[in-house]
Design a protein around this ligand. Sequence first.
Ligand SMILES: Cc1cc2nc3c(=O)[nH]c(=O)nc-3n(C[C@H](O)[C@H](O)[C@H](O)COP(=O)(O)O)c2cc1C
Length: 358
Amino acid sequence: MDTTRIPDPTSADAGPLKIGSRVIPSRYNLSPLAGYTHLPFRRAIRELGGLGLATTDLVQATFLLSGNKRTQDLVATVPADQPMSVQIYGGQRTQLLKAARWLEDHGYQGIDLNMGCPMAKITGQGGGARLMCDESGACNLVGDLVNTVNVPVTVKMRLGWDRDQLTAPALAHEFEQLGVAAITIHGRTRQQGFHGSVDLDGIRAVVEAVEKIPVIGNGDVRTVVDAFHMRQYTGCAGVAIGRGALLDPWIFLRIERAEQQIADTDPTPDEQIHFLTRHFTMMHEQHGEYGCVMFRKFAAWYGDRLGIPDDLEDRLRRCSTLEEFHTLIPEIRERHGQRQQQFATALLKVPNGPNANW
Ligand SMILES: Cc1cc2nc3c(=O)[nH]c(=O)nc-3n(C[C@H](O)[C@H](O)[C@H](O)COP(=O)(O)O)c2cc1C
């Protein structure tokens, strides 16, 4: 690889990432992907190495406060899941503030406010990206949030609602004054959804709008070169990787190796099977046999990645106990590579069509 693209290790933006009082060992974070970046996945990927901060899927403040079981599952964590933040959203200010206090009282060390979700069911209630349309409302909420808890508060947002309302730089500037510890910026507008490519100039405008706090760039990073390019082009202090980490969970390790100028190698089949085993086992550990059901949507991805024949992929999908899973492993070890790998395009569907209908 082209090592000239590695961010300068002597620059102010080298070394650990500081988010308020938190010191994050790597500048490459896992971007939340609701339905995918659950605790077992976060743990499995962290075990590979190189990962900085991980953030939970977005968590509805009201559900968190009502003790909703699925929401409690979303915020479940273990010491090996550190450093992590919980991402909250919701249209009601009081509930968001209470949820933040609840999280701090329960030992969580970072709270991330979702200001980027484009989904109508979330923006319709005034949450997600909709908050970006009301600068003073967003600032009031963020200021109250920062004053409610002692742990660092971060915000994840898009460039704005649409290209006529690119509010992210102005908001980032205000949020810093209000005490926000870091901003993650997905370089698309709400209107764009997941279409088009990420706007690095837009990310750079946010970097330039703040004085000191780290801005974490996000969007379309699939390779080590993409990650370094985003940092160099935009000056962002770190990068958050979502879909790229599903495509290649080894991406954080590859970045770490590149930074240390260590030769990169692809994971061996045994390493990939180990990852599958860790992921499945931890799903089962957290959710019991329901974990097997939750695992179904990953079967196609593992099937592609390991190149296992369709019948075996199907048995992985239908597997309903840990014992059954363990009987499949020797067969996967024996039959991997029999099917041509397609690398996981099927795994993750992004919302499509006019985004007013999402
Ligand atoms: C299926 C899916 C679920 C997502 N869930 C969340 C979420 O819960 N919270 C959030 O802030 N962003 C969420 N995002 C947005 C991603 O975190 C990220 O900003 C976006 O996918 C662009 O980055 P990427 O190209 O690295 O994936 C989601 C994206 C997808 C595709």
